[in-house]
Design a protein around this ligand. Structure first.
Ligand code: KG4
Ligand code: ZN
Length: 342
């Protein structure tokens, strides 16, 4: 079944056409208006979604070379995310489904990230690692729609920690990719930073202490602003901070894999931070150590927010006849992945 999928949960206005796990088109527009604020401003995100969504949907349909008649359903992210941003996508999905007489499928954004890394060879139960601006979770996956959160962040999420650290170095939002580039030229052990402790038992992530320590380090080196820093100093700071952020992540992940109630053979990794090559190297080392098959989305564009992952998730739902009542579909800004009922 061909599905038109819409995603507006944060700052990407996205639409895609999928058929099962095949992506026929995937279009996204990243709202640059937030860059100057160092983070996403919900009211601006809503307005920007409203301005561009129709064009993005039409573009996705055109690129997929699919006529509306051949679509089997319309899918949309209903949560978690920014309430007023989610509303824009839901309103459009509901309208298009009604105009075209198609069923509607409401999708959990985190489930989208998880399933975007699913491959045929994966066996359940397995684990998933969702790492993005708003999520840092290790999840037990018993099957499609069956999730249990094993570990999550007590404070800042990993992408947020990277974005804030990057901002301290004068880098633009989103900071993760900028930090990755600089870190590649830097010495990760030049400066001392504390490894967060919260994950010792594997139940939690915590990034606020590391973030504060980094702020202290940066401000102590020179008086702010960072304009006075040498380029090499900035690269060393970026490398040191990124290394600690990832070390904490991988250590907590390892505890979860090793303490699992079942033998974890497969790990699905999704979310914007999964696009980081340095992190992939670290996860690879862990996978060799604990014999784990690690799966990522088919390309880097599918790690950060996109609508194709929503379409793929909806494809699994459609196969099981799990559609959403258009009269009752509503935004669920705090919808946890373990609250999905199927
Ligand atoms: O999944 P995503 O697009 O949106 C959320 O659901 O939050 O993730 C965005 C996050 C941002 O924090 C961004 O800095 C981070 O993913 N990110 C990266 C990279 N690309 C995006 N972090 C590290 N390295 C990257 N290459
Ligand atoms: Zn996301």
């Amino acid at each position: 079944m061909k599905i038109l999928a819409i995603e507006t949960s944060c700052d990407e206005t996205a639409a895609a056409v999928t058929e099962g796990t095949e992506i026929l088109s995937s279009v996204k527009w990243t709202q640059e208006i937030h860059n100057q604020y160092g983070g996403v401003v919900p009211a601006l995100a809503k307005r920007a979604h409203e301005e561009r969504i129709e064009e993005i949907i039409n573009d996705a349909l055109k690129r997929s070379e699919t006529s509306v008649q051949r679509l089997g359903a319309v899918a949309v992210t209903v949560g978690p995310g920014l309430a007023i941003a989610l509303e824009v996508g839901i309103k459009w999905a509901r309208k298009l489904a009604a105009d075209w007489h198609k069923p509607l499928i409401g999708i959990n954004h985190i489930e989208g990230h998880i399933l975007s890394a699913l491959k045929k060879e994966v066996t359940f139960p397995c684990q998933a690692l969702v790492i993005s601006g708003g999520h840092t979770q290790v999840i037990r996956v018993d099957g499609i729609g069956k999730y249990e959160i094993l570990a999550q962040s007590l404070d800042d999420d990993i992408g947020e920690a990277l974005d804030k650290g990057a901002r301290m170095l004068g880098l633009p939002y989103p900071g993760g990719p900028a930090l990755e580039k600089l870190a590649a030229q830097g010495d990760p052990i030049k400066y001392k930073l504390p490894l967060p402790m919260a994950g010792r038992e594997g139940r939690a992530f915590s990034y606020s202490g590391l973030k504060t320590a980094f702020y202290r380090l940066v401000t102590q080196l020179h008086s702010y602003p960072v304009a006075q820093f040498e380029p090499q100093e900035i690269s060393d700071l970026a490398a040191g901070y990124q290394a600690m952020v990832f070390r904490h992540l991988v250590r907590t992940l390892k505890v979860n894999v090793q303490n699992s109630m079942f033998n974890v053979h497969d790990l699905l990794v999704g979310g914007g931070v999964a696009a980081n090559m340095k992190l992939r190297d670290e996860i690879k080392k862990l996978s060799n150590e604990v014999s784990l098959n690690v799966h990522y989305p088919a390309n880097l564009m599918l790690c950060t927010d996109n609508a194709a992952m929503i379409g793929v998730a909806a494809g699994f739902k459609a196969k099981r006849g799990e559609f959403t009542d258009p009269e009752r579909i509503d935004r669920l800004p705090r919808w946890r992945v373990d609250e999905i009922s199927s």
